[in-house]
Ligand binder design. Structure first.
Ligand code: SAH
Length: 221
């Protein structure tokens, strides 16, 4: 990206501001991640009438009562996955596909599962138009994971879970990392789980608010 871009594309300068004032300033330091967030056109993942505020420090509504996560939360969860470039990732809750784009830019391949067909199709169309060819879109109940393609180096849930299902941690590879908001219906803790040998190491990344994952190991509605 050069200075010409920054001056001529208003979204480009909004994006630079987003990265410096919301992401880097709050302690996210992974250089590959910062670079990718500076490039991915978040405004193309929000409803048209919200494009002007696509880079604001907040979640935004999508169709079907769902939301695109706040940029900082996307960064925090992604940084916790420690992606180097050769990972196979499972994402639960495709939504807009913005988080998917970031994962696909930083890992080898992404399987993304969404419960709502219309959102999955919209995200797929969008990500194909942007040139991504390492993403597989699945429609279904992601609270069961995607056992067919397991194990995964990383699993990320972008909707909340009442507890961490054993089915999901079982689909993690050796040294795999799982990040998910776990807790109540409206407030959760962002949990990061690492599988080390036969042990599982957990740490808490802080409070958060996600829409629910609805499914067998999630919420009933
Ligand atoms: N990462 C997305 C977040 C979307 S919100 C973004 O930033 O745009 C969470 C998404 O999870 C919603 O699209 C919702 O429809 C989906 N979802 C809910 N329950 C699910 C389930 N059991 N399996 C897969 N997706 C689910």
């Amino acid at each position: 990206m050069n200075h010409h871009d920054v001056k001529d594309d208003p979204f480009c300068s909004l994006r630079h501001n987003m990265v410096s004032s919301q992401i880097r300033s709050r302690g996210i330091s992974n250089q590959r991640l910062l670079k990718v967030m500076q490039c991915i056109p978040r405004h193309l993942f929000v409803p048209r009438h919200l494009q002007k505020i696509a880079y604001d420090d907040r979640a935004l509504p999508l169709d079907e009562g769902q939301t695109i996560s706040q940029p900082y939360i996307v960064a925090l969860m992604t940084e916790a996955l420690c992606l180097k470039g050769d990972e196979k990732v499972l994402e639960i809750g495709t939504g807009s596909g913005y988080q998917t784009a970031i994962l696909a830019s930083l890992a080898d391949s992404v399987f993304t599962i969404e419960r709502l067909r219309s959102l999955s199709h919209m995200a797929e169309k969008n990500l194909q138009a942007l040139g991504y060819n390492n993403i597989r879109f699945v429609i279904g109940d992601g609270t069961l994971g995607l056992p067919d393609k397991a194990p995964y180096n990383c699993i990320i849930a972008t909707g909340s879970l009442p507890q961490l299902p054993e089915t999901l941690s079982a689909q993690l590879d050796e040294n795999g990392i799982l990040v998910a908001p776990v807790g109540g219906r409206s407030l959760q803790k962002l949990l990061c789980v690492k599988k080390i040998g036969s042990k599982v190491k957990r740490h808490d990344l802080g409070g958060c608010q996600f829409v629910p994952l609805i499914g067998q190991n999630g919420w009933s509605s």
